[in-house]
Design a binder for this molecule. Structure first.
Ligand code: NDP
Length: 236
C-alpha cells in the first residue's frame, strides 16, 4: 500500500501529462494538473497556469495548496517543440523552447520546493527526452532544454537530498501523442526503424514509470535518468 500524496502534474490536459495524472489517481493520490486549456482526467483538480509566467505558477500552487494541501510530488511535464535546422532557427525559436521546457521546470520546482523543504519530504520528476542525451538534428533548442533538466535534477539532488527530497529525470523516447503525430509519416517510419523495440510507446508506459519513481518503493533513487525509450538511447 503506497502513501497517499498530493501530486501536481504540469501540462496534464493531454498526452503524457494526462496519462501521468490518471495513473496517480488510479493509485489513490490527490492529483492536481495545470493546463492552459482543457481539463485533466476525471478525479483531478485542473488549475490554469502557464509555466512561462512565474506569477501564474505561484497562483496555481496557492490554489492547489488551499484545495488539496501542500504539493508533495511534482511532475514537470509541460513542454513544446519548435523544430528546425540550426541555420534556420531563430533566436526566438531557441529561447521560447528553453523558456517553456527548462526555465518552466525551474519555476515550478522552485515554487514546489518551499512546501517540500518545510515538510522535509518531496518527490520531483522532470520529464526530459531521449534526445536530451542522444541529440537530434533539427532539435538543437529542444535537446538542449531536455539535457538541461538532467543537470537540474542532479543539482537539486545535491542541494535538497538531505531534506528527503528526491529529483529524478524520466526520459521518454517516441510516445504516441499530439507531439509525435505532428511528425511527417516518413519521419515516423524512419524513427521506428532505429528503435530496438520497433514501436512507439503509449503515454501509459511512461506514466507507470513516473508514478513508480515518485512512490514509496523508489525512495533511495535520486539524480537518476530513467529511460522509457524502447532501447533507443542505450549507452547514455
Ligand atoms: P503534448 O504536445 O501532447 O502536450 C504538451 C503539454 O504541455 C500540454 O499539456 C500543453 O498544454 C503543455 N504546455 C506547453 N506549453 C506550456 C506552457 N507554456 N505552460 C503550461 N503548459 C504548457 O506533448 P506530450 O504529451 O507528447 O509531451 C509531454 C512531455 O513529454 C513534454 O515535456 C515533451 O517534451 C516530453 N516528451 C514527449 C515525447 C513524445 O514522444 N511525445 C518524447 C520525449 C519527451 P496546452 O494543451 O495548454 O498547450
Amino acid at each position: 500500500m503506497t502513501t497517499s500524496r498530493t501530486v501536481l502534474v504540469t501540462g496534464g490536459n493531454r498526452g503524457i501529462g494526462f496519462a501521468i495524472a490518471s495513473e496517480f489517481i488510479a493509485q489513490g493520490h490527490r492529483v492536481a494538473v495545470t493546463a492552459r486549456s482543457g481539463e485533466g482526467p476525471e478525479g483531478s483538480l485542473t488549475v490554469r497556469a502557464d509555466v512561462t509566467d512565474a506569477a501564474s505558477v505561484d497562483a496555481a500552487f496557492t490554489e492547489i495548496e488551499a484545495a488539496l494541501g501542500p504539493v508533495e510530488v511534482v511532475v514537470a511535464n509541460a513542454g513544446i517543440t519548435r523544430d528546425t535546422l540550426l541555420l534556420r532557427m531563430s533566436e526566438d525559436e531557441f529561447t521560447s523552447v528553453i523558456d517553456t521546457n527548462l526555465t518552466g521546470a525551474f519555476r515550478v520546482v522552485k515554487r514546489a520546493s518551499k512546501g517540500m523543504l518545510k515538510a522535509r519530504f518531496g518527490r520531483i520528476v522532470l520529464i526530459s527526452s531521449v534526445v536530451g542525451l542522444y541529440g537530434s538534428a533539427g532539435q538543437v533548442n529542444y535537446s538542449a532544454s531536455k539535457a538541461g533538466l538532467v543537470g537540474m535534477a542532479r543539482s537539486l539532488t545535491r542541494e535538497l537530498g538531505a531534506r528527503n527530497i528526491t529529483a529524478n529525470v524520466v526520459a521518454p523516447g517516441f510516445i504516441e501523442t499530439d507531439m509525435t503525430d505532428a511528425l511527417p509519416e516518413a519521419q515516423q517510419a524512419e524513427y521506428r526503424k532505429s528503435i530496438p523495440l520497433a514501436r512507439f510507446a503509449t503515454p501509459d508506459e511512461v506514466a507507470k514509470v513516473v508514478a513508480w519513481v515518485a512512490g514509496d518503493d523508489a525512495g533511495y533513487i535520486s539524480g537518476a535518468v530513467i529511460p522509457v525509450d524502447g532501447g533507443l538511447g542505450m549507452g547514455h
